[in-house]
Design a protein around this ligand. Structure first.
Ligand code: C2E
Ligand code: CA
Ligand code: CA
Ligand code: CA
Length: 287
């Protein structure tokens, strides 16, 4: 057991070293990793079950490490933030996600599929760079701005500066979403002060929904309904993430939530698989 722990500690240390070597020391290395295509974006559909269309796809970054294969964002984003390269990586993500979005097919009813982009809290530090990157990405791709949804995580620091930045992003025509709502630092005050279009219900809320454990199911049900009614009160569109079963999906629909993301419909996909998903989803809906 101890040896296992030691081994894991070594592995973690090795990973951190690799990160320092290939990401870090300076931004040049990160730029290299980017131009070497060591990062890639996968896309997870957010389905609108009311209209049977794909509302948007969420861009989820992966580090395609030459030796280690795909590394999950949970394992490198905190480090990228720590060594202050998340802004560079984040800017690449914004540009790539916007240009990828242009290559997506339309839904069978002619509506366009949006793209949801996670913005790290550290990207708000250099707020002018964030705003100008988004502006540039919109101009270069000519994508309809309302198709671009920026996902912001709740944090303790929602100061006036950050709110001004979110305002500026929204003035560009982008939509904003509060990610992981209900975990962390959320407060109802924030819903009143942050200019938002969507809130994303964290998957921890609905994990037990429709499950075997009746007590947990009941609790989960209660909190889900409460959060959905908060969304309605604040005039925000709820997106429910982590939906894995059709029981959960049905229940959410009964409660008025129609934007659904989760393994029930799809795991995160490669770009070409994403296109196929959208095409097939439309066909299925027409039958
Ligand atoms: P998130 O923004 O909450 O993204 C949702 C995560 O839940 C994704 O994990 C997704 O693969 C996973 N997921 C989706 N549906 C289900 C489901 O039905 N069941 C379960 N068990 N999991 C599901 P992923 O891709 O590993 O990303 C983890 C986190 O890393 C994200 O959480 C986000 O906070 C961060 N992240 C990912 N991509 C980016 C990015 O491009 N920029 C930034 N700043 N953060 C990112
Ligand atoms: Ca997200
Ligand atoms: Ca989330
Ligand atoms: Ca989450």
């Amino acid at each position: 057991f101890t040896r296992n722990l030691e081994h894991e500690a070594k592995e973690a240390h090795q990973l951190e070293n690799d990160l320092r070597v290939s990401l870090v020391s300076n931004h040049v290395e990160l730029h290299k990793a980017i131009s070497n295509n060591e990062f890639k974006l996968m896309y997870q559909p957010i389905v609108d079950v009311a209209s049977d269309t794909v509302h948007a796809v969420e861009a989820l970054v992966r580090w395609n490490h030459p030796k280690r294969g795909l590394i999950s964002p949970a394992d490198f984003i905190p480090m990228a933030e720590q060594i202050q390269v998340m802004d560079v990586l984040g800017n690449w993500i914004i540009r790539r996600a916007c240009s990828d979005a242009l290559t997506l097919p339309t839904n069978s009813d002619g509506s366009h599929v949006g793209v949801s982009i996670n913005i790290s809290a550290t990207q708000f530090i250099e707020s002018e760079i964030l705003v100008s990157t988004v502006k540039q990405a919109l101009e270069e791709t000519n994508i309809e701005p309302q198709l671009v949804k920026l996902e912001i995580t709740e944090s303790a620091a929602f100061g006036s500066e950050k709110i001004r930045t979110i305002d500026a992003l929204r003035k560009l025509g982008c939509k904003t979403a509060l990610d992981d709502f209900g975990t962390g630092y959320s407060s109802l005050t924030q819903l009143n002060t942050i200019p938002l279009d969507y809130i994303k219900l964290d998957r921890s809320f609905i994990a037990a929904l429709g499950g075997e454990d009746q007590l947990k199911d009941q609790r989960s049900d209660r909190i889900t309904r409460a959060v959905l009614s908060i969304a309605q009160t604040f005039n925000l569109l709820p997106v429910v993430e982590g939906v894995e079963t059709s029981t959960q999906c049905k229940r959410l629909r009964d409660y008025g939530a129609t934007l659904i993301q989760g393994y029930l419909f799809s795991k995160p996909l490669e770009l070409d698989e994403t296109r196929k998903f959208i095409e097939n989803f439309g066909k299925k809906a027409q039958v």
